[in-house]
Design a protein around this ligand. Structure first.
Ligand code: IMP
Ligand code: MG
Length: 173
């Protein structure tokens, strides 16, 4: 095996940006009840770090949506593996995503959630690869804009590996 990982965003860089994002979100939702939705599994670590910095009346929920079925290339298909545990009708919803790449996963998810008549739905993504977009997605909060590289760590995987890394690295196969 000749794979290697090149550190791209350090733990310190990530944590500093997560704190800034939490500040923006707290200012925007001050006084409002909010449901934050973790998009499993890739957003787990980002969600946990962001959520503990949120103030006010916050509820947690999660969904699992799969768009990748192995390797570093998207299959282009999206599957709903697990749904929210609570209704969102009339609630403000913030979807917490690890990375928006082609945009297919988020577009699909937003479509499903909007049909349930929430008060609002917005997206916070830690990483954004705008050069890869094939479907337009309205991302309200983004941590870092990155080029077309395949990243792992801080929740993100290649074939389910390396999610546990506290930093984000570029994966070289
Ligand atoms: P999209 O539907 O193409 O936007 O893909 C979004 C999902 O694909 C993300 O939520 C990730 O789970 C996964 N993904 C996209 N790019 C990468 C990457 O560079 N590393 C790891 N997972 C990725
Ligand atoms: Mg994801």
């Amino acid at each position: 095996m000749s794979e290697s990982i090149e550190e791209y965003l350090s733990e310190e860089q990530i944590q500093a940006r997560v704190a800034e994002l939490a500040g923006e979100i707290n200012a925007d939702y001050a006084g409002e009840a909010l449901t934050v939705v973790c998009v499993l599994k890739g957003s787990l670590l980002f969600f946990a770090d962001l959520a503990r910095k949120l103030e006010g009346d916050v509820q947690f929920d999660y969904v699992a949506v799969a768009s990748y079925f192995g390797g570093t290339e998207s299959s282009g298909r999206v599957r709903f593996l697990a749904d929210l545990t609570q209704p969102i009708e009339g609630r403000h919803v913030l979807v917490v995503e690890d990375i928006v790449d082609t945009g297919r996963t988020m577009a699909y998810l937003l479509d499903v959630l909007r049909r349930r008549d929430p008060a609002s739905v917005h997206v916070v993504t830690l990483l954004d690869k705008p050069s890869r977009r094939t479907v337009e997605v309205d991302v309200r909060y983004r941590g870092f804009e990155i080029p077309d590289v395949f990243v792992i760590g801080y929740g993100m995987d290649v074939n389910e590996r390396y999610r546990q890394l506290p930093y984000i690295g570029i994966y070289h196969a």
